[in-house]
Design a protein around this ligand. Structure first.
Ligand code: NAD
Length: 424
């Protein structure tokens, strides 16, 4: 569960998604109407929640759930609490989920939800009432075979447990698979908390291997030090790389000899920000972090962190996208020209949804796996998806890995739709 994030550049993420899909469609045999279908959500729920606050007044909160595509399985995607949540942001995130589940080839579709709220301004009791009110509205359209929510920015196990409890109480069922990202005692999976960072670094390892570069001793900068960022830093450090810079919304720190990720995590937990850690060479801004001369850059904050202008200054050789949509389409073009290898979000951060899928499988079987098994199965899926992406990259000569990943993912969605046919 993270803190409030600041919204970065003003690019509309739904337009970014559309241009990513257009770029991939140019390599596919697909008609205009079919493409329109693949570019828009199938259904959007838009809500105005009225919830009693602690001072007895009634708070009003806009909320959304976008169900983008269920051709390959039930809708799947997180729930974000943030003042910057909008209909277009939720639509974009639900589309990215659709192609994320497809590139890693797990039998799920794509969805996303969000509430326009700064959770830091509300008490825990208020947040529980707001979350349960949202869950009541979601109830008719979610379910383990319909739509399975999960955590995203500013939500975590606590909110998932409330949603599960509300749903199960109203439906009079025990159905832990209605939601993922739960606490272990509520039916969560081993390895889920670390899963996103794990895929970010596994994908980076594969990319280094592809380029013939050594990860051992490589330098790394991580933007954003929440769940995705800090776990990525911890695991890449364990693989022998050196994390030289990290940041959060208050700024960044740089130390040439390397930072210890766990120490920084403790400082952030106890004092609120990574910038409170002072045994560093330099305090740096987020922009300086993004343009450091490092081997690997991991953007792990929010969308639009790197636009075309910042991209011209990026000096990293490889970028592994922990955040969803951290690069604008303009940034992609610049980085292509400069031969920076960008591992797209839909693959790099797919560990979260992949282990959510494992959680759902375990919930349905009422049979739970060891952490070792979770991590092994995750690694196999990420490595296979990476290989599928590289094959499409080389066969289609796509401009970048993102377009290659979308070619594979869109083809998989097209295949299941055409096999099922259209009714009515
Ligand atoms: P989080 O709330 O735990 O952490 C976000 C971090 O980003 C915080 O440290 C915050 O200070 C920092 N941040 C905010 N604005 C910033 C700015 N302008 N500059 C630098 N840092 C900034 O969130 P999270 O769960 O780690 O998610 C981060 C990103 O990863 C999001 O894009 C999310 O959609 C994506 N993601 C997360 C998961 C997951 O399982 N947690 C899975 C897939 C994708």
């Amino acid at each position: 569960m993270g803190e409030l994030l600041t919204v970065m550049a003003e690019e509309n993420p739904f337009e970014s998604l559309q241009s990513q899909l257009d770029a991939a469609a140019a390599h596919l045999d697909i008609g205009d109407d079919e493409l329109t279908r693949l570019k828009h959500p199938q259904r959007i729920l838009e809500l105005n929640l009225s919830v009693e606050l602690d001072d007895d007044s009634i708070g009003s909160f806009r909320a959304f759930r976008s169900q983008f595509n269920d051709d390959r399985g039930p809708y799947k995607g997180g729930i974000r609490y943030h003042p910057g949540v909008s209909r277009d942001e939720v639509k974009a995130l639900s589309g990215w989920m659709t192609y994320k589940t497809a590139i890693v080839d797990i039998p799920l579709g794509g969805a996303k939800g969000g509430i326009v709220i700064d959770p830091a301004e509300y008490s825990e009791a208020e947040l529980e009432r707001i979350t349960r009110s949202y869950a009541v509205e979601l109830r008719p359209i979610i379910g383990e075979d319909q739509d399975i929510p999960a955590p995203d920015v500013n939500t975590g196990q606590r909110e998932m447990n409330w949603i599960k409890d509300t749903y199960e109480t109203l439906e009079n069922v025990t159905e832990p698979g209605v939601i993922t990202g739960k606490d272990l005692d509520s039916g969560g999976s081993e390895g889920r908390v670390e899963a996103t960072g794990r895929s970010v670094v596994l994908a980076a390892r594969e990319a280094f291997d592809y380029l013939g570069k050594d990860l051992e001793g490589a330098t790394v900068a991580v933007q954003g030090y929440g769940n995705a960022g800090w776990i990525s830093a911890k695991l890449i450090d364990e693989m022998g790389a050196t994390v030289v810079a990290v940041s959060d919304s208050s700024g960044g720190i740089y130390r040439e000899a390397g930072l210890d990720p766990a120490t920084i995590k403790d400082v952030k937990r106890d004092q609120g920000s990574v910038v409170e850690y002072t045994a560093v060479d330099e305090m740096i801004t987020n922009e300086e972090l993004l343009t450091l001369d490092v081997d690997l850059l991991i953007p792990a904050a929010l969308e639009n962190a790197i636009d075309a202008e910042i991209a011209t200054e990026v000096s990293a050789d490889v970028i592994s996208e922990a955040a969803n949509g951290p690069l604008t389409p303009g940034a992609d073009e610049v980085l292509e020209d400069e031969d920076v290898l960008v591992i797209p979000d839909i693959l790099a951060n797919a560990g979260g949804v992949t282990v959510s899928y494992f959680e759902w499988v375990q919930n349905r079987q009422r049979f739970y796996w060891s952490e070792e098994r979770v991590n092994e199965e995750l690694e196999a899926i990420i490595v296979e998806a990476f290989d599928d992406m590289i094959e499409a990259y080389e066969e289609n000569d796509t401009a970048n890995l993102r377009t290659a990943a979308y070619v594979v993912a869109m083809q998989r969605v097209i295949n299941s739709y055409s096999e099922g046919g259209n009714w009515p």
